[in-house]
Design a binder for this molecule. Structure first.
Ligand code: AMP
Length: 228
């Protein structure tokens, strides 16, 4: 299954991707995570991306498209993948279509996780992650059972993303509305878009997604209308 999770920053795409990964045994391809690794490794791409990410802007389409093209050909993507954070612009969506059609393949489903902007700001600015195992927490909504200790692996080492501050979050939301939202009608016109209510609890969102995937045995892929 080739799945795309769409939604604003903080909608819960990463959380849901992890659950779907376990369920379908396919990898999550998160361009944000890939870029953060490049930044940590101080690669050439990482050095270019770091400042753009801190501003909340989008890294150039060419760099992102090259990064993902190499990834989808890896062995673990043979049975599909969950795209999280890519595509984020019309040019990226078109490049993805070209990439997949040249491999006689296509996206099966696009899940939009919808959440109001005001809720997103408070969700994002409070989140932190276990550095050892990647488990996600929140200052208010999802504290570890024992303060300062990861529920999953027991580590006491947590990190916060540099771009999870209020100013950058507002820029990231503006970029989402302007550059990424135009993808919704594009995928809707192909009959592969499903919108779920991302304001519901994490388990309820997972259930909505699984129900949508179970109901989508027949998928209309008439090519859709072109992106502007
Ligand atoms: P994310 O972890 O998906 O919120 O991404 C963090 C940041 O990485 C974004 O704010 C962008 O600066 C950059 N980024 C991630 N994915 C993309 C993409 N597909 N296109 C351009 N920039 C991206």
């Amino acid at each position: 299954m080739r799945l795309l999770l769409l939604g604003p920053p903080g909608a819960g795409k990463g959380t849901q991707a992890h659950r779907l990964m376990a369920r379908y045994s396919i990898p999550q391809l998160a361009t944000g995570d890939m870029l953060r690794k490049e930044v940590a490794d101080r690669s050439e791409l990482g050095r270019t991306a770091a400042e753009i990410m801190e501003r909340g802007d989008l890294v150039s389409d060419d760099l992102i498209i090259a990064m993902i093209a190499g990834r989808i050909d890896q062995e673990d993507c043979r049975n599909g993948f969950i795209l999280d954070g890519f595509p984020r612009s019309p040019a990226q969506a078109e490049a993805l279509d070209t990439m997949l059609s040249s491999r006689a393949s296509a996206l099966d489903r696009v899940i939009e996780i919808g959440v109001d902007d005001d809720i997103l700001v408070s969700r994002i600015t409070g989140r932190f992650t276990c550095r050892a195992c990647g488990a996600g927490y929140h200052d208010v909504f999802r504290k570890p059972a024992r303060s300062g200790v990861c529920d999953v692996c027991g580590s006491t080492d947590f990190v916060r993303r540099a771009d999870d501050n209020e100013d950058t979050v507002r820029s990231r939301l503006a970029v989402y509305h302007c550059r990424t939202e135009p993808l919704l009608p594009y995928y809707a016109s192909r009959g592969i878009l499903v919108t779920v209510d991302g304001m519901a609890g994490i388990d309820a969102v997972t259930e909505q997604i699984l129900a949508a995937l179970a109901a989508s045995s027949t998928i209309d892929s008439d090519g859709g209308r072109p992106l502007e």
